[in-house]
Write a protein that binds this ligand. Sequence first.
Ligand code: G3I
Length: 320
Amino acid sequence: DGLNIRAKAAGKLYFGSATDNGELNDVPYTKTLSNTSDFGQITPGNSMKWDATEKSRNVFSYANGDSIVSLAAGNGQLLRCHTLVWHSQLPSWISSGDFDNATLVSIMRNHVTNLVTHWKGKCYAWDVVNEALNEDGTYRTSVFYNTIGPAFIPIAFAAAAAADPSAKLYYNDYNLESAGAKSKAAANIVKQVQSYGAKIDGVGAQAHLIVGSVGSASSLQSNIQSFTSLGVEFAYTELDIRSTTPMSDSTKAQQASDYAAVTTACKNVAKCVGITIWDYTDKYSWIPSVFAGQGEALPWDLNFVKKAAYTAILNAWGTA
Ligand code: G3I
């Protein structure tokens, strides 16, 4: 029994976790990650990003990404590949380069084509464009937006579709878990890519959430449906639910019910294909390094002991 077994019994494709190369030397860590009762899918947290794959222009390095691809293949796990076009973790040759529109379009197409071709057939899904929006729904300033304009998004999707027609192509962002200006703008991105005649298959809601601010399963669910009604699938792609630490017993109970709400929302929408947590143990969570005084965001603690949140997700999927 486990989170992935229950997710599949509920009709989902997977329950999964992010991971990173440096963590894989941790034997007990990797053993749990490789247990397909809990994890049917993995996402490389860093090793497919631009700064890891194309540090110098048109010089590609795939070794770290390949390690995670072979781990997933060896375990029989699906892979969500992350991420092709993002304003962050860019090497300086591109973030501080001064390219004209046509040159940057060709740089971006070259990056997308090379990565998607290299991992063709290995990725269940690609996060093609990541975090292109501000909270108010306007486009985020980035080298891509500033130089190419909003067309950078359909151009990236078209290049990815050409390189691997069977990978599911996603727009991925945070704060897409509830209704509002940003979710509406993400829906508009889906429509815009479709109107360009390019393929888009899914919306990924990262779901970096805060204990007590998650909302009800039914509100989460109607927001998922606002995306799936556009003809695309949906996934929670980077779920974690953080709090100030140390957490009290009542905060832990709230966290468990928040995890259950997210799981129930996904369970209730056929086109929500799965949930990925952003690593599974607090030992390797990104939260404390970015939000001082916060953490304990994942279902396993830093000693790999399962928390109430684990049981809450299991029960929310229902019986196997
Ligand atoms: O690899 C270097 C290492 O050589 C160096 O010694 C060390 C010292 O700081 O840094 C290492 O790089 C770090 C990298 O993670 C690998 O551990 C970076 O500093 C650190 O900034 C980077 O953080 C990553 C973050 O994205 C960067 O934006 C997190 O691990 C990763 O989990 C996080 O993931 C993002 C998603 O891609 C998109 N959504 C938000 C999410 C959380 O920020």
